[in-house]
Every structure is written in C-alpha cells, then in structure tokens.
Design a protein around this ligand. Structure first.
Ligand code: UDP
Length: 258
C-alpha cells in the first residue's frame, strides 16, 4: 500500500483521500499515444478507467481537458500563414471539446455518471459551464468534464484549471502530464535535471520552470491552492493523485499544509 499523506485515514485496505473535491487537469497528450497526435480511444479508455476507480468512494472530481493533442493556438499560428492568433486559440478550445466527448463516452461505458460542460456554448453537444450547475453535479457524485478552457483566447487550459479549481473551491489542482513532476530543468533535454518532491510557488516562478503555466501558478499562489504535478503515463498515478498519495511534485506555500 502506498504511503498515506499526513492526516489520511485508512479505510479497510484503502487510504481514504484527504480531498473532498479535486480539479484534475489532463493535458491533450493523455488522449493519444506517445509522440502521436489526434485521439487514441485506447489512451482515453485508460484515462477513464483510472478516473472511475478514483471516483468510487473518492472525492468529487472535475476534469479540465487540454487540447494539445489536436491543436495549440500559439504553435499553430507560428506555423501557419493566414490565420489570426485569436482564431487559432478558439480552434484549440474547440479541440478540448473533442477530447471531452471521447472521455465522456469512455466514462459512461464504464457506468460513471458524467456531464460535459463547455466554456463556449455548444448547446447541441454539451451543457454550458455554469458554476452553480457544475457545483450541483459534483455534489450529486457526477464526474464533470470541463471543456473550452476559459472561453477566452491567449491563455491555456492550465489557466482554466486554476480558475475552475478556485471557483469550485477544490482542495487541490492536480496536473496530469507526461513527465514525473517538476524538475530543475527540462528532463526531456537535460538528463541531469533533478525531480522535486515539493517546492513553493515562489521557487517554481523564480526558476522559470515550464511544466505548468506561470499564470496558473501565480493564481494558485494568490489563493494558497496547492498543485500536484504528476505523470499520467505511470499506471495508477491518476488514481493515486486523486486519493491524495504523494506522487510527483507538490507545489504549495512554505507554511501551508495540504
Ligand atoms: N485555449 C485558449 N483559451 C483557454 C484554453 C485554451 O485559447 O482558456 C487554447 C490555446 O490555444 C491552447 C489550446 O486551446 O493552446 C489547447 O489547450 P492547451 O494548450 O492548454 O492544451 P494542453 O497543452 O493541456 O494539451
């Protein structure tokens, strides 16, 4: 059994999560095979299976969907003539809805009650994101999937995740990514990069680390919301993070305890 976080209760052979409500940000990379683009339902089903297991008697879960497996606005504008940057960002937001639809079906196939909500209205496809309605779904034990980012261009879904975590009063923002956590340098380029188990918001910002948007970290710092960054590719990690186990890196203020 994994090491419980300080203050966790043990229920049967399971560690009870210290979290009541979590926001889980899943990067677009989680929806495809390593190095590939587009959607792989095999990858989506793996994500869904972990979410379903974690949701059983676990905390309330809101998933914020990334879209980078399909399109990232800034990269797309840089590489393409004839597209305005704002338009490319809207394309990126729509990409997150595509991921949301896939994840919704995978979750429902596994018997998990789910609602897909979008920050850009798409009434024929999903519910509009309304904070109070999202709150209600969570209270009813539904996993909510939040697509369309913030609904505004020029930011990323990390910022959307911090925004949703704050307004839904989540205990923690969980960022599922393809590296093991926060490193002193880019581990994909520097083999000597060191993995932190914990660091403060200030240290993260000072070192100009790239795994999570500065804007998102700054927002969380302002309100003392802890962030856990972890590798979704390691089997069971999403479930562990949701259950409050020490995977990856925890970013928080020096004095605050999770
Ligand atoms: N996006 C946006 N506003 C938002 C969220 C996302 O304009 O509030 C666009 C932006 O272009 C971004 C793309 O949607 O690059 C896909 O999201 P993101 O890059 O965050 O996906 P991830 O890297 O998590 O896969």
């Amino acid at each position: 059994m994994a090491e419980p976080v300080e203050g966790n209760r043990v229920e049967g052979n399971r560690i009870a999560s210290p979290h009541r409500r979590v926001v889980l940000k899943i990067s677009g990379d989680g929806f495809t095979q390593p190095g590939a683009r587009g959607i792989s339902m095999e990858a989506v089903v793996q994500l869904a299976a972990q979410i379903v297991r974690a949701a059983e008697n676990g905390p309330q879960i809101a998933v914020v969907l990334g879209g980078g497996n399909i399109l990232r606005g800034a990269q797309f504008t840089a590489a393409s003539r004839g597209i305005r940057e704002a338009t490319a960002h809207y394309m990126g937001m729509v990409a997150t809805v595509i991921n949301g639809l896939a994840l919704q079906d995978a979750l429902e196939e596994m018997g998990c009650e789910t609602r897909l909500m979008t920050a850009i209205r798409m009434d024929g496809v999903a519910e509009p994101y309304i904070r109070r309605r999202a709150w209600r779904h969570l209270e009813k034990g539904r996993v909510i999937l939040l697509a369309g980012g913030t609904g505004s261009p020029f930011v990323t879904t990390d910022t959307a995740a911090s925004q949703r975590a704050l307004e839904l009063e989540a205990d923690i923002l969980l960022k599922a990514t393809r590296v093991d956590g926060v490193y002193s340098d880019d581990p994909e380029r520097n083999p000597h990069a060191v993995l932190y188990s914990e660091l403060t918001y200030e240290a993260y910002l000072q070192q100009n680390l790239g795994v999570l948007d500065r804007e998102a970290v700054t927002k969380c710092m302002q309100y003392g919301l802890p962030i856990r960054v972890f590798n979704f590719k390691r089997e069971g990690n999403i479930e562990r993070a949701i259950r409050g186990e020490r995977v990856g890196t925890l970013i928080r203020s020096a004095s605050r305890h999770e």
